[in-house]
Design a protein around this ligand. Structure first.
Ligand SMILES: [Zn+2]
Length: 205
């Protein structure tokens, strides 16, 4: 109508940065499903390449791409070695900065500062209090987005943390559909929190 201007609706943009193919579904799948359903633009970055010699090494990338297709998410794989001794943080930071400058996310989701401590990683890495060392490194890499000022809102997974700022309730069938992309070689039952409401800790500039 003459004289009326259409309100500009900006679509929310979420950037999820995860260490491994499967972390996006396991830690963030509930929130990503909701965001997808609401029409948000999604971009998922996986930092490492699948470690060789696992029973699902050959199928993980394909499973991840199925997850992204389901969510309508763009994706980038940085293909760093899944080994804390060979992790190249500066290269990861540069890659994340480039993606964020281009995508301009409103919120970034990533691992927490302790690498999601819990029984499963305590046993695997024999670290009494720690989580997954590569999750920790991805967290430290992603904090450069806040420090650089490109990103205002960073939400980290609250798994293994004492307190959460946000608890996201989601439709379990939607998260299940994402986890199913990795089945049958990968079992969410190894992770007792897989179907709980997702806790998040907010870190803002
Ligand atoms: Zn992981």
């Amino acid at each position: 109508m003459a004289g009326l201007r259409k309100a500009q609706k900006r679509v929310a943009r979420l950037l999820a940065i995860v260490a491994h193919h499967d972390d996006e579904a396991l830690y963030f799948g509930g929130l990503l499903s909701i965001a997808s359903r609401l029409g948000a633009r999604l971009h998922i970055v996986v930092v490492t390449a699948p470690a060789p010699g696992r029973k699902d090494s050959a199928t993980r990338q394909e499973s991840f791409r199925q997850v992204c297709e389901r969510l309508g998410a763009e994706h980038t794989e940085l293909s760093q070695p899944d080994d804390p001794r060979r992790f190249m943080m500066e290269a990861v930071r540069q890659g994340l900065l480039r993606i964020a400058e281009d995508f301009r996310p409103d919120i970034v989701l990533t691992h927490n500062a302790d690498g999601e401590p819990g029984d499963v990683y305590r046993k695997s890495f024999q670290r009494p209090a720690g989580g997954h060392p590569v999750h920790e490194l991805v967290h430290r890499s992603a904090t450069c987005l806040i420090q650089s000022g490109i990103v205002k809102h960073l939400w980290t997974s609250g798994i293994g943390m004492d307190d959460a700022d946000v608890l996201v309730e989601y439709d379990q069938r939607e998260k299940q559909a994402l986890l199913d992309c990795y089945a049958p070689r990968w079992r969410p039952h190894d992770y007792p929190f897989a179907y709980d409401p997702e806790p998040y800790v907010r870190i803002s500039r």
